[in-house]
Design a protein around this ligand. Sequence first.
Ligand SMILES: [Zn+2]
Length: 168
Amino acid sequence: MKFLLSFESSPGYSDTKQIVLHKENLFPKLQTIESKYKTEHFPPKDIRKLSKMLLAQHTPSYPNLREKYSITTLDFFKGVTCPACFALPMLRERSRWTCPQCNHFSTDAHLFTLHDFAILIKCNPTISEIQDFLQLPSRYITYRLLAKSPYPRIDSKRYQIVSQEKLY
Ligand SMILES: [Zn+2]
């Protein structure tokens, strides 16, 4: 699953850049660590064993980030994030999303934004909340997008984007 939420540090919190690692910097960071620590402390057989054990016991974590960092819904930028350049909002034109920054277009960029919304704000939003967060021009377009989405409708107004058990 891809996460496309954009993060920006508030003014005065420059330490964030030393703690948060953006995904595009992950591979170079791993290469730096690999070149820094060359001595092997475990034989390859033990590493494979440990790797299998870690993979077998992996469970995804969905901590309540809003509570943990005292974030309110007002702290989130609304709109669909561009999967190519992470700018927002993308514009809904001719049944697709277009990025005014890089001209990338997508037919499903809203699914990633909806997933982020569910993880960070509400796992079973109403149609109005979805329309508002995705900045869609009409309820009809919102209905149409949701009808084509993999998310089930749980009653007349709400959709289940992520199940509650997966969140906390
Ligand atoms: Zn873009």
